[in-house]
Structure formats: structure tokens, C-alpha cells
Design a protein around this ligand. Structure first.
Ligand code: 2IP
Ligand code: CA
Length: 374
């Protein structure tokens, strides 16, 4: 299944390109940032353009993977539904058509006849991505498509993507917010056990050409299956003993912030936007752990970066399960089973919160100061 990895790297690059085009092309950007006021409030396409861009990316990935691996077509899931209603109250199912012209015509019907925006979007979807440099030669992945399912987050940290702040930081520091936090996430899991086995992350806004050439992206990937553990990132060196660093959501509960400030010290407690980006910070060694006390992330947020962490010897566990058991055994997140008692997106929430780590000895150190507080 190294072919699947190479395909996912390509579709993630295409997705990143669509994300960049939506910010670069004025007719699309206007729709992306448009605030609804007065009469515009009822225009569904205006208020939903952000969602439409997400859906288009998700459907493009579903289309490309489904063509090459038909056995996977019914197991490609994402955050968004592809049913839309246009300004005339008509229901439109957004899919990627065989030709650019047909896709443009379909998108125009959701965009209430805005052919300029529809054509720009369709062109980006049907464009072949630049060739991907990834050292996957010689990689064999002993899995078959009929064993696998996929979770897609077309753009994680959408609020940062839309706000579009361009932060500049020194090398080796994490970005607390801004365009760098927006990521395309594609995770592959085993249908039988729910283990994440392959992940591709594309950061569409990784580097801005100072000479005016626009934004360039960066991709990260990992495979973790049986004895095969390969990752585009290297295993970061262990930090000095005793110095544990953690990244949290800025909206994390005060009790968690206080407990981890005592544990890590104020300089080693960091805050960043985007669930996927925070796990990427752990993958890159910019933080040792990401702790989240609430069920505010979903399978599509964590599956891809979780696979990379596993390939590096780490993982992602359910925080509340860890608080109940001392070892953290049986607490690793899985991706195949919904919470049947819930409805909608909540069925796929990581409801017990999470701890993402590179080194499992860090889990008990994080759990101890949180016991009895949540
Ligand atoms: C969001 C996004 C948010 C994150 C939230 C995710 O996904 O990553 O940034 O919250 O958990 O579900 P926070 O940044 O506070 O960690 P999306 O942008 O796709 O809705
Ligand atoms: Ca998300």
C-alpha cells in the first residue's frame, strides 16, 4: 500500500493548492471572508462558502482515492456533508465530476450562478499538483485496501485559515495562531481494530517566498503497521531530564492550565490553535505533549497525526480513561467505532479528551497532577 501513501501525498497537495487558491483569488477570497449582514443573511451560499471549500476538498480526495482504490470508496469519511441548498432552496449534492467544465457547472448551481468563482474553484480541483518529493522508495506496507478506512479533515483550524494572520517566528518555535496552524489531514485506519496505520499532513502555508512567489506548503507522512514504522520526521532527541513541555488550547480549563504550569513551569507551557497543529508540534518535538481535557476534537482531527506519532514510537490516548487507570493501558484512541448513543458529529468525538505524546513515560507524569481535578 505504498501506492496509497503516494496517492494521499498527491491529493493532500492538491487540497493544499485549493486552500491557497481560495485565499489568493479575489472572487473566492471575498466569498471566504464575507460577513453576513442584512438581506445577505438568507443567502445560504454566502454564509456557507467556507463549508463549500471544505466540502470540495473533501470530495476531491474521496473522488481520487475512490477511482484508484474502489474497495475503499465506502470507507472514506470526513467532517462535512456534501449536501447543499442554494439560494433557490434547491438541494445540490457537491461532487467532483469527470471534467472541469461539469464540476464548474455544478459548483455554479451552489454558488447561485457565480460562474467566475465556480470556474476558479473547478480549475484548482482538476489541476495536477506539482510533483511530490517524498522518500517512499522501497517502502512496502503489508495492508490491502479492503482492510482500510480513511478520515479526512479538509482544513483543520478553519478560523485561523479564514482570519489569515501571517506570523513570523524563529526556527524551532511553535506558532500560537495564524495561517501556519491550518492543515490538511488525511488519516488511514484499520477497519478491524481502528488503529491508525498511515497519515498524511499538508501544511499549505508553511513558508512565504520573500520575493513575492506566494506561499509554499510542506508535507509530513508516517506509516505504522506491525514492525514497519516509517516517518518523514525524525525521532526528536529526548529533552533534558525533568524538563517537560506541553501545548494546550488557549481555551483549556483553568484547572488544567494551573496544574500543568506547576509541572512544566510557565516557560514550557505553550498555547497554539488547531488540534492537528498541536499534535504536529508534538511530532516535530516543539512540545513533549498535547493535553486536551474536553471532547472537542474528532476522529478526523486526530487520525492522521496519530499515525505519525505511532511511527515515531508515541501515541494519542484518551485523557479521562488514563485518569481512571494508573497505567494508561487500553486508552489509545481508535477510529472505527462511533459512539452510538450520540448524534451527528458527536458520534465521532474524542469525547474523553486526549494526551498526545512521543514517549509513553510522559503520560504518567502528565496524569499525576490532573488526578481528582477533572
Ligand atoms: C477544530 C480546530 C480548532 C480546535 C478544535 C478542532 O477543527 O482544530 O482549532 O480547537 O478542537 O475541532 P483549538 O484550536 O481550541 O484546539 P476545525 O477548524 O476543522 O473546525
Ligand atoms: Ca478539524
Amino acid at each position: 500500500m505504498a501506492d496509497l501513501l503516494r496517492l494521499l501525498l498527491r491529493v493532500a497537495e492538491k487540497a493544499a493548492n485549493v486552500a491557497r487558491v481560495c485565499r489568493q483569488e479575489a472572487p473566492l477570497f471575498q466569498l471566504l471572508v464575507q460577513e453576513k449582514t442584512g438581506d445577505d443573511k438568507n443567502k445560504k451560499f454566502v454564509q456557507d462558502f467556507k463549508t463549500l471549500a471544505d466540502v470540495v476538498i473533501q470530495e476531491m480526495i474521496r473522488h481520487d482515492v475512490g477511482v484508484k482504490f474502489p474497495e475503499m470508496a465506502d470507507f472514506i469519511n470526513g467532517e462535512e456533508s456534501n449536501k447543499f441548498e442554494n439560494g433557490l432552496g434547491e438541494s445540490v449534492t457537491v461532487t467532483v465530476c469527470a471534467t472541469e467544465e461539469d464540476t464548474a457547472a455544478l459548483l455554479a448551481s451552489v454558488l447561485d450562478g457565480d460562474h467566475t468563482a465556480a470556474s476558479l474553484l473547478a480549475r484548482a480541483i482538476h489541476q495536477d499538483p506539482a510533483s511530490i518529493q517524498a522518500d517512499t522508495d522501497g517502502l512496502t506496507v503489508p495492508l490491502s485496501p479492503s482492510e482500510l478506512g480513511i478520515w479526512i479533515d479538509p482544513i483543520d483550524a478553519t478560523s485561523q485559515y479564514i482570519e489569515g494572520r501571517e506570523e513570523v517566528l524563529e526556527e524551532g518555535r511553535l506558532f500560537p495562531s495564524g495561517l501556519h496552524c491550518a492543515l490538511v489531514l488525511i488519516g488511514v485506519y484499520l477497519r478491524s481494530t481502528g488503529e491508525p496505520v498511515m497519515g498524511v499532513i499538508n501544511q499549505p502555508f508553511n513558508y512565504k517566498d520573500p520575493a513575492g512567489g506566494g506561499w509554499k506548503g510542506k508535507h509530513f507522512w508516517g506509516v505504522s503497521c506491525g514492525s514497519i514504522n516509517v516517518c518523514s520526521e525524525t525521532r526528536p532527541k529526548a529533552g533534558p531530564a525533568g524538563g517537560l513541555s506541553a501545548v494546550l488550547s488557549s481555551s483549556e480549563k483553568p484547572v488544567v492550565k494551573e496544574a500543568l504550569t506547576s509541572l512544566c513551569g510557565p516557560d514550557k507551557l505553550m498555547f497554539a490553535s488547531g488540534a492537528g497543529y498541536k499534535i504536529l508540534c508534538v511530532i516535530q518535538g516543539l512540545a513533549d505533549v498535547y493535553v486536551l481535557s474536553e471532547g472537542s476534537t474528532f476522529k478526523w482531527d486526530s487520525c492522521a497525526p496519530h499515525a505519525l506519532l505511532r511511527a515515531l514510537g508515541g501515541g494519542v490516548v484518551d485523557l479521562h480513561k488514563c485518569l481512571q487507570s494508573s497505567s494508561g493501558a487500553e486508552a489509545e484512541l481508535t477510529y472505527h467505532q462511533p459512539r452510538t448513543e450520540c448524534k451527528g458529529a458527536d458520534r465521532w468525538a474524542n469525547h474523553g479528551g486526549l494526551v498526545a505524546y512521543r514517549d509513553c513515560s510522559q503520560i504518567s507524569r502528565i496524569i499525576a497532577p490532573l488526578k481528582g481535578k477533572l
